[in-house]
Design a protein around this ligand. Structure first.
Ligand code: SF4
Ligand code: SF4
Length: 164
């Protein structure tokens, strides 16, 4: 027989509502910034983070394994000056990293960039030249991003410290 959940104690519910309102009022009176001043600031990403991928054209041997293994059909091979090279559609890529893992010559590397912005879907398709561009900064940024690390402070909550 189906069991219905017992009714919550109304005083307990009232207490929980008051606690939530109290928390809201606390941050209204004494605001704490828990968001980043993005994109001028961004978090230091963990080692091995799977960001946008960079192709090293000179290293690639055109084996096509990356395109074959891609579960999202995001990678296609094209022929440039008689050499097969991969191109990527970031509109399809799910950042699984399979292509990077399978490449026998390490011609694909994951970067820490994950937040590039584009104005239309065509820009999400990277031909081999664009796919081999250096990603120190997101392609849309023209000045260095301030890197910060998140830390839990007992009184203030999340605080961000510059990464030295
Ligand atoms: S990271 Fe995954 S989804 Fe993206 S291109 Fe490589 S294999 Fe395809
Ligand atoms: S798996 Fe590596 S070597 Fe093979 S086509 Fe892709 S990038 Fe080039």
């Amino acid at each position: 027989m189906k069991e219905y959940p017992k009714k919550e104690n109304p005083f307990k519910l009232l207490g929980q509502h008051l606690e939530a309102i109290g928390t809201g009022l606390k941050y209204l009176v004494k605001p704490t910034r828990i968001t980043l001043m993005y994109p001028e600031e961004s978090m230091v990403l963990p080692t091995g983070y799977r960001g946008m991928i960079r192709l090293y054209k000179d290293v690639c041997i055109g084996c096509t394994l990356c395109a074959m293994v891609c579960p999202a059909d995001a990678m296609k091979m094209v022929t440039e000056e008689g050499k097969k090279l991969p191109m990527i559609n970031y509109g399809r890529c799910v950042f699984c990293g399979f292509c990077v893992d399978i490449c026998p010559v390490d011609a694909l590397k994951e970067t820490g960039v994950h937040d590039a912005a584009f104005t239309n879907r065509r820009e999400l398709i990277f031909d081999p030249d664009k796919f081999s561009q250096d990603f120190d900064q997101p392609p849309t940024m023209d000045k260095p991003v301030r890197k910060v690390r998140a830390k839990i402070d007992e009184k203030k909550g999340i605080v961000y410290e510059p990464d030295d």
